[in-house]
Design a protein around this ligand. Structure first.
Ligand code: SAM
Length: 281
């Protein structure tokens, strides 16, 4: 019987966000796979837990992943943690989950702190439909092509960004989406200096001219306005009725069909086409 992989979120700034279930899962796991064992050791000390730790991060996942899978297949239970937030969301974990899925190992994600959802919720921008874009590439060509793909995006977009790259990213976003596009800069979420700045990209650029960005950021960007629906007029309905009648349809049926297809009021279209009906008699 194989063991299980637990994806265990950790606080993005406030230790008070450690839930009972997070504590229990860490306490019960046979071993913990951590992005940075030094960071996770501090957390375990805070919780008064002593647990075997293995390293699983960006640059060793190809070797470390299969080793973890072997242990899970042998019946052990592993809790995967990253430095902060939900594992597998823009940090190591994605590949390990895929390996476990392939090997038929059960993966259980514990709900908890996650920067993207916290920022989206507080952004003040539409949350009904959104797209998570993670970090933009530092490679100029890939970054440009990524932004180009998003040019007409109507959903709210969420980006992660490091403070020292924030100004360049704001400039690139303004280039692509225009300086008037609204953005919410969600800084130091759940920490003492949490700050949510809701402004336009142009205003954000000006704001950071006088003070360097500090702390961790999530950028929530307004989507493009949806293209306006072409206005349907009664004249268009009249034209459609005329066409249907020329194809042999009776006046009443033509009005019914045209009104339904174009979303026009049947009575108004009937009145407006009485003349055509008389002509064709
Ligand atoms: N897996 C994590 C999660 O789901 O929250 C995200 C990990 S990613 C490597 C780190 C990025 O998350 C940071 O660069 C920043 O954009 C964002 N982030 C993490 N903690 C944050 C916080 N307290 N306030 C604002 N952004 C934060």
């Amino acid at each position: 019987m194989s063991g299980m992989l637990y994806l265990v979120p950790t606080p993005i700034g406030n230790l008070g966000d450690l839930s009972d279930r997070i504590r229990e899962t860490l306490a019960e796991a046979d071993f913990i796979a951590a992005e940075d064992t030094r960071v996770s050791l501090k957390l375990l000390n805070h919780l008064g837990l002593k647990k075997p730790l293995v390293s699983y991060f960006e640059h060793n996942r190809a070797e470390s992943g299969p080793r973890i899978v072997q242990r899970l297949l042998a019946g052990e239970t592993c809790a995967l943690v990253t430095d902060a937030g939900t594992p597998a969301i823009s940090d190591p974990g994605e590949d390990l989950v895929a390996l476990c899925a392939q090997a038929g190992i059960t993966v259980c994600a514990i709900p908890g702190p996650c920067a993207v959802i916290t920022a989206l919720a507080v952004s003040g921008l539409p949350t009904g439909r959104f797209t998570f874009e993670g970090f933009l590439s530092t490679n100029k060509k890939s970054r440009r092509s990524h932004l180009e793909q998003l040019r007409g995006e109507t959903r709210t977009m969420v980006f992660y960004e490091a403070p020292h790259k924030l100004c360049q990213t704001l400039a690139d976003l303004a280039d692509c989406f225009g300086a008037d596009r609204r953005v919410s800069l969600c800084r130091e979420l759940s920490k003492l200096h949490e700050e949510i700045l809701r402004m336009t990209l142009g205003e954000a650029i000006a704001y950071y001219e006088s003070q360097p960005p500090r702390g961790e950021y999530v950028l929530v960007l307004e989507g493009a306005a949806a293209p306006a629906e072409p206005e349907i007029t009664v004249d268009m309905g009249v034209e459609r009725v005329r066409q249907l009648m020329s194809e042999g349809m009776r006046h009443k049926d033509a009005v019914k069909q045209a009104a339904k297809a174009l979303g026009l009021a049947k009575n108004a279209l009937y009145e407006a086409t009485l003349e055509i009906a008389t002509e064709s008699d």
